[in-house]
Each structure stands twice: as structure tokens, then as C-alpha cells.
Write a protein that binds this ligand. Structure first.
Ligand SMILES: NC(=O)c1ccc[n+]([C@@H]2O[C@H](COP(=O)([O-])OP(=O)(O)OC[C@H]3O[C@@H](n4cnc5c(N)ncnc54)[C@H](OP(=O)(O)O)[C@@H]3O)[C@@H](O)[C@H]2O)c1
Length: 391
């Protein structure tokens, strides 16, 4: 059973075709400490470490803003005053529970756990236990969306875990039906109320709306407002192709912190990864173990790929773990979804081995160029619009 609210499900309903392509390695040095790259391209230019291993709970609360002055030339863009005072209100509660999860530093200094739990297609009644299982396993990051229809249950899982709100990184998404400046401000209120929090760690636009980009821009400007008001710690986008990023950057002041896109061994989107890196945007992989290649029952899935299985067997790991490790070593954020506690734990058990450069290249080389999800260019309100209920 799916958890989406109404209508067609844009995250699984489209098939796109592309050409064969190779994955890219942006030359990120491997971090021996955490076993994942310490620098993204943009952070490396700024000589700034992007990954650290933190033996505590909080996604360190470096709440900086990622604004850049309007009207600056692109070459002069900045990601925001890095020492700006924390404005996020209501940092209440604390936790005695600890987690060892590597952190990625976003372009405004906010730190985000590199591995989070995704809850797309997690039915509401299974969401609270899944979130609790994840937090118990050590996750400190949950990725949900207004369109998944389970934000309330995500909030409930966090509350029942006993882990303090500041120690869990909550990411959610605004659906296209709520785009436009005022509607998106209200979308924040709806999501925050359902999640049971006054503030969000990361709020992103779920899709570009190429047929009405002004609405997309208005929505993003609302995110900028929320960021300035300290209601969200970071803002970003999802499924933005390079041309959508260009359009957005031309019309707004804040470089997105994150671009969440379909990314697994069979679809690596090197052009998107390159554009993200050029702009200082962290690429976050959805369907990181290739769920979209098998959960619709179409074709050979990544979990059965012989090359991935061969690497997995050499390390005594599973195919899912090898794919997650590949993302982490390439500097990407991952948000694998599962409703099963044993798989949730398995997907978090990825910090005790290192893939070789050759193995990373092998995984990059599996790219087929074929998209599993809908082509972002095809997203319209007519086909994908659906009301997002009030809290
Ligand atoms: N922004 C977007 O447009 C967009 C689109 C899609 C997804 N997302 C986000 O990305 C998250 C992850 O993507 P996804 O759900 O599409 O795919 P995924 O995480 O790559 O794969 C999930 C599928 O794999 C199964 N699974 C999980 N762990 C496994 C393991 N260790 N071994 C074998 N099977 C395993 C799950 O089944 P069980 O649950 O039965 O274990 C489920 O069928 C979503 O939950 C959502 O948060 C965002």
C-alpha cells in the first residue's frame, strides 16, 4: 500500500530514456578516518572539510544562513555569513543517546548526517515503527515529504524514540500544489505541525515545475524567507536538472544546500552531479540502492547485479551496503528506505569497510543512462497536482 495522498505518484510513474554514460569522480580524496571523502569539490576549493565522524547525537547545530547577496555576479556568489548568530527558535530537549554517523557539511555550515531513513511508500501505520527502528539503529536523519502522507507518523516516531528534537535531522519537501510564495509559507506550517516541530532542519522543493517556473521561484523565495526567519536551518531542491538550477539561481539569492535526485548505479546523472558540485550544492541520492529499478517489478534490479554482488561477497557485505558505501565514498548523502528493522540496521552498517578506487569506478560504470522516475521536465500541476491536507 502506498502512503501518498491522492492521485498519481510522480516519484514512480515516469520512465525516461537517455544515453550510456559514465559516472564521474570529482577527485575527492578518500578520508581514512571516516572512510568517506572529506571534501566535496566546492568545499575543497574553500579548503573546508565536509565530512566528520561525530560521536554524539546532534547534527551539530551550526545554524548558518546560506544567503548570497542578490544582484551579485555568479562568480561573486557566497553561501552566506558563516558566523551568523543562530536564529532557529525552540531548541528544546536533549538526548543521552549517542550515534556514530558521519556528517556532511552543507554550503551554509549546517551539518547533516550522511545516512538518513527514507519513508516514501512507507504506509502511515508502518512509519512510526520504522522511524523508531532507525533511530534505535543509530540514524539521526529522516527524509519525508508532504506528498508521502506520513509526516505525522514520522514526528510520532521521533517523539517515541526519546531522542531530543535537536538531535534528529528532519528533512521534508513541499509538493508542487503548494508552490507560490504564500502557499509555500503555509506548506511549512502544515508540515511543521504534522511533524510536531516549530522548525525544520532541511526544507526542499520536491520537483521543479518547468511549465510554471515563476511558481517554483515563488516557492523557493518562501523557503528563503523561512531560512531568514530561522524556521528552517537549510533549504534546497529535488529533481532539479542543470537548467532548472540555472533558472533558479538567476532568480533567487540563496544557493540550494541540497539537490535530491534519482541516483543509483544504473542512473548516475553525471551532468547533474557536476552542476551541483559547480554551484556548491550537495547531491543527495534518492533510490540509493536502486529501489526504483526493482520495486515496480520492471526489469533487472540493482540488488541482483553480478558486478555489485561480486564486490559485496569480497567484503562479506550485501549489495545494498556496497551501493550505500559507493555513494558515501563519492561524497553523496543517502536516504535508503525500508520498513523492516533488519534491513534498516543493515543499511546503516556501512562504516566499517572501504571500496577501492577500482570498485568505485566499476559501480560508476554500471550507469545505463535510463531514468526510473519521471522526467522532471514532464511534471505539471495538471498531471501531478494533488491537495496536501491541512495538519
Ligand atoms: N525526491 C524524490 O522525488 C524522491 C523519489 C523517490 C524516493 N525519494 C526518497 O528516497 C528514499 C529512498 O528511495 P526509494 O525508496 O525510492 O528506494 P531505495 O531506498 O533505493 O529502495 C527501497 C526498496 O528497497 C527495499 N530495501 C531496503 N533495504 C533493503 C536491503 N538492505 N535489502 C533488500 N531490499 C531492501 C525496500 O523494501 P522494504 O521496505 O520492504 O525493506 C524498498 O522496496 C525514499 O524513501 C524517499 O525518502 C525521493
Amino acid at each position: 500500500m502506498k502512503a501518498c495522498v491522492l492521485g498519481r505518484d510522480p516519484e514512480v510513474s515516469g520512465i525516461g530514456l537517455g544515453c550510456m554514460g559514465l559516472g564521474v569522480n570529482y577527485g575527492q580524496p578518500q578520508a581514512k578516518q571516516a572512510g568517506i571523502p572529506r571534501f566535496t569539490e566546492q568545499a575543497r576549493k574553500a579548503n573546508e572539510p565536509i565530512v566528520g565522524l561525530l560521536c554524539r547525537t546532534a547534527a551539530a547545530r551550526g545554524h548558518h544562513h546560506q544567503r548570497r547577496p542578490r544582484h551579485r555576479e555568479r562568480s561573486q556568489r557566497v553561501y552566506g555569513p558563516r558566523n551568523r548568530q543562530e536564529k532557529t527558535p525552540a531548541i528544546e530537549g536533549s538526548s543521552t543517546m549517542t550515534s556514530q554517523v558521519p556528517l556532511l557539511t552543507l554550503n551554509n555550515g549546517v551539518q547533516m548526517p550522511a545516512v538518513g531513513l527514507g519513508v516514501f511508500q512507507t504506509p502511515p501505520e508502518q512509519t512510526t515503527p520504522a522511524v523508531q527502528a532507525a533511530l534505535e539503529a543509530g540514524y539521526r536523519h529522516i527524509d519525508t515529504a508532504a506528498a508521502y502522507g506520513n509526516e505525522h507518523e514520522v514526528g510520532e516516531g521521533i517523539r517515541r524514540s526519546g531522542i531530543g528534537r535537536p538531535d534528529v535531522f528532519i528533512e521534508t519537501k513541499v509538493w508542487i500544489s503548494d508552490y507560490g510564495y504564500d502557499q509555500t509559507l503555509h506548506a511549512f506550517d502544515k508540515s511543521a505541525a504534522k511533524l510536531g516541530t516549530d522548525w525544520l532542519d532541511l526544507l526542499i522543493l520536491h520537483q521543479p515545475l518547468p511549465s510554471d517556473f515563476d511558481r517554483t521561484t515563488g516557492a523557493y523565495q518562501a523557503l528563503e524567507r523561512l531560512l531568514a526567519d530561522g524556521k528552517v536551518r537549510a533549504i534546497g531542491v529535488s529533481n532539479f536538472m542543470p537548467e532548472h538550477l540555472r533558472q533558479l539561481l538567476d532568480a533567487t539569492s540563496t544557493v540550494p544546500a541540497v539537490n535530491q535526485v534519482e541516483l543509483h548505479p544504473y542512473f548516475t546523472q553525471p551532468d547533474v552531479q557536476k552542476a551541483d558540485a559547480q554551484h556548491g550544492i550537495l547531491t543527495q541520492a534518492w533510490s540509493p540502492i536502486g529501489g526504483i529499478t526493482f520495486y515496480r517489478g520492471t526489469g533487472k534490479g540493482t540488488l541482483q547485479d553480478p558486478a555489485i554482488l561480486a564486490i559485496a561477497s569480497a567484503y562479506g557485505k550485501t549489495a545494498a551496503q556496497v551501493m550505500l558505501r559507493w555513494h558515501l565514498q563519492r561524497g553523496r548523502s543517502v536516504i535508503p528506505k525500508s520498513i523492516r528493522p533488519e534491513r534498516i540496521a543493515e543499511n546503516f552498517d556501512v562504516f566499517d569497510f572501504d571500496l577501492s578506487a577500482g570498485e568505485l569506478d566499476t559501480l560508476d560504470g554500471l550507469d545505463t543512462g535510463t531514468r526510473g522516475g519521471p522526467d522532471p521536465a514532464s511534471i505539471t500541476l495538471e498531471h501531478f497536482g494533488r491537495p496536501i491536507p491541512e495538519a
